[in-house]
Design a protein. Structure first.
Length: 707
């Protein structure tokens, strides 16, 4: 206990060498950025390219050539080749960004193959995995985005299943020791091809571009109490010949680190065990990918120093280094950080969201691309940490930025079977009796207010936070937004907000092994990520010219629905217009629309709703008319529709065009299904009718049974 008390006084490193976790290590052109917060087990490189996967237990993060986290996936079925092999199908997300499970090809009986035929089949594949399970031996052959299976049950005895503990980072002390696995296998007398997916070797010794330039003592650490150490030394001296006296402890401090790249120096400090010597342990694992470019990405990982945090009084040291735990990258500054503006980070607090909170930021500088973010789930940092799940989870860190934000969108979920009211600066949105509330909120900042807020904080030390604070209320929640640092909080009260209630989004139809469908899906994924429809439309045009599009009707309707919805959330309305015009000109007549096909019907409801929304918000009545003429007045039976967002948008159209009788019927239907009557009194599309008796009568709830 005494040892713990001695270590209880904190000390900060010299300002010239900020803590690694402070995100203040920069030079003119480079920066050190924390990408993942939490313990890291392994870092992989994909096909010797500048594309990487970080692993923490079952969580995987993909990192691009710019040193930015771009995607996340969680699985326990990862193989050493990079493939994810599940019972019903495979996932090649590591190589393609495609998270959808794909069917295996038909299994071929290879019992009659000669040894050479079998080897030829193995060698023709990009990747081969061997599995012996359920009394069957199989070879999984990955080539061109497909996995074909060979039944090699007659040679099961040649298959050896391996399980690798993927701790190439501080493996002997890893907090996930014995938990994180990566599957592997081998086939007797067969050497697999060099992997497309490989560990980046971890090194604890200093790389050529790093140097320790100083040391700063902070405490004297006692792994055991003074009383225990003294008693052991006395008893040892009495009863044990040649007894070696145990030291009472050792000092710990911050090593001052300097990294040099292109004659530029970046400085930071990190916890070390003892005063600098040739064998100094500075608690960093260096992960340098194979790269001919000396200015390429350089990764660093800081992990917990022990698996058992209660061992050797380790918990008393946590305050000195736990915030530093995670994966870092030395990279060229991103365009968002090449300003003299105060550094800031987006953060979220308050009411729990049942889905990850994610979205993107746009900036005052119009030439800057949007910055995407996920809000991390903060790890608890109590100094009295003990065994259990403490400290095991890792998550992405919100990016550090310097450009002034113009707007942000975020997706937030509340699972409660009740009406949910969201208030922002005295304006509100009511989600009426949803099974769950899933909402995409867009916040538009007042540029003058935002600039003044940053000016108030610009001379204050430390990282500023642009905080979204969701306060629980009896009626739902109030969202408060402010810019703050450790001592000052500046509320932002001139925010304009808009929102979209999450539309019904059915799952994608299952992918087959068809080349055309796989290529179309890949193009869809690219367009979804970039909010640019061109790749997807080009691939769709190819299928039209080949006469193959109609066979993918359910998938095509899903892709158009999802793209149109996401483009609306991203405010990419011009891009949405291009997508929608293409659909009406070239797609609708080819996909053999059948209202009895429920999945396709629900997807087209989502798409039709977004067409009306986009036409209205871009002042494009021609586009809106296409949706009304094609879907509303021909394909859909509005008295049977249950999508409230779609019905509301149609009612808006009829209100703007003064088609009162149809407007009233749809209002009745929407309210009966749970649409909040107040939304019709707040949307200016209905302002012409706000004093109309029939309109006001229609806002009275009427019971109805949904089909």
């Amino acid at each position: 206990m005494l040892g713990f008390l001695i270590n209880s006084v904190l000390a900060d490193p010299a300002e010239e060498y900020p803590r690694l976790s402070a995100s203040e290590s920069t030079s003119q052109d480079y920066e050190i950025v924390k990408l993942i917060d939490g313990p890291i087990d392994a870092l992989y490189q994909i096909n010797n390219q500048s594309l990487f996967i970080a692993q923490s237990n079952h969580d995987l993060w993909k990192i691009n050539a710019a040193g930015e986290v771009i995607d996340h996936f969680s699985t326990s079925d990862l193989y050493s080749s990079g493939l994810i092999l599940e019972e019903e199908g495979f996932i090649d997300w590591v190589f393609t960004r495609d998270k959808q499970q794909k069917n295996y090809g038909e299994k071929i009986d290879a019992s009659g193959y000669s040894e050479q035929q079998l080897l030829d089949a193995f060698n023709d594949a990009e990747i081969v995995e061997f599995l012996d399970k359920n009394d069957q031996g199989s070879a999984y052959l990955y080539q061109n985005g497909k996995v074909n299976l060979l039944d090699i049950s007659n040679q099961r005895e040649k298959i050896t299943d391996l399980v690798y503990m993927s701790h190439n980072i501080r493996r002997e002390y890893n907090i996930h020791q014995g938990e994180t696995e990566i599957n592997g296998n081998r086939f007797e007398n067969y050497n697999k091809k060099p992997p497309l997916f490989a560990f980046i070797k971890s090194q604890s010794s200093l790389p050529r571009y790093a140097a320790i330039t100083g040391y700063e003592k902070i405490a004297y650490h006692r792994p055991y109490s003074i009383a225990n150490t003294l008693l052991e030394n006395i008893l040892g001296a009495i009863f044990v010949s040649n007894h070696r006296t145990r030291e009472f402890g050792y000092e710990v401090g911050y090593s001052h680190m300097e990294l040099k790249i292109k004659d530029q120096v970046l400085k930071f400090s990190v916890l070390s065990d003892e005063q600098y010597s040739s064998g100094r342990s500075h608690d960093i694992n260096w992960l340098d990918p194979d790269s001919a470019d000396p200015t390429g990405l350089k990764f660093m990982a800081v992990n917990y120093r022990r698996k058992n945090l209660a061992e050797l009084n380790e918990r008393s040291l946590l305050p000195y280094y736990e915030n530093d735990i995670g994966l870092y990258v030395l990279r060229a500054k991103t365009p968002h950080n090449q300003f003299a503006q105060t550094a800031w980070q987006l953060s979220y607090s308050g009411l729990y969201s049942y889905n990850p909170i994610w979205g993107y930021l746009k900036f005052v500088q119009t030439d800057l691309a949007p910055a995407y973010y996920w809000f991390r789930k903060s790890r608890p940092l109590p100094s009295s940490a003990i065994m259990g799940d403490y400290g095991r989870r890792a998550d992405i860190v919100s990016p550090i930025l310097k450009a002034l934000p113009k707007s942000l969108t975020f997706n937030w979920v509340d699972f409660k079977d009740r009406s949910f009211r969201l208030v922002i600066n005295s304006r509100d949105a009511l989600f009426y009796n949803p099974e769950d509330t899933l909402v995409a909120v867009k916040l538009e900042f007042d540029s003058a207010e935002m600039e003044q807020a940053f000016q108030k904080l610009e001379k204050m030390p430390g990282l500023s936070q642009l905080t979204l604070h969701m306060v629980e209320k009896p009626y739902g929640a109030e969202l408060k937004v402010y810019l703050q640092n450790s001592s000052t909080q500046v509320p932002l009260k001139k925010i304009h907000f808009d929102y979209q209630e999450q539309a019904y989004t059915p799952k994608s139809p299952h992918l087959t092994q068809s080349d055309g469908q796989l290529e179309l899906f890949a193009a869809y994924e690219d367009s979804l990520l970039t909010s640019e429809p061109n790749d997807f439309l080009e691939k769709t045009q190819e299928l039209i010219e080949k006469g193959e599009l109609s066979q993918f009707a359910p998938q095509v309707s899903y892709y158009f629905a999802q793209l149109s919805y996401q483009f609306s959330i991203n405010n990419a309305l011009d891009e949405n217009t291009v997508l929608m015009d293409f659909y009406f000109e070239k797609i609708h007549s080819l996909i053999n629309y059948n209202q009895r096909e429920e999945l396709q019907h629900k997807n087209l409801i989502v798409f039709a709703s977004q067409v009306i929304y986009t036409g209205s918000n871009t002042n494009n009545p021609v586009l809106t008319e296409k949706a009304i003429n094609t879907f509303v007045e021909q394909d859909f039976d509005l008295e049977k529709e249950t999508d409230r967002a779609f019905l509301f948008n149609v009612a808006c159209y009829y209100a703007r065009n003064h088609v009162k009788d149809r407007m009233l019927k749809i209002i009745n239907r929407a309210i009966a299904l749970g649409r909040d009557p107040q939304t019709f009194l707040k949307d200016s599309d209905f302002s012409h009718y706000w004093q109309d008796t029939d309109f006001l009568d229609a806002l009275k709830p009427v019971a109805v049974t949904a089909p």
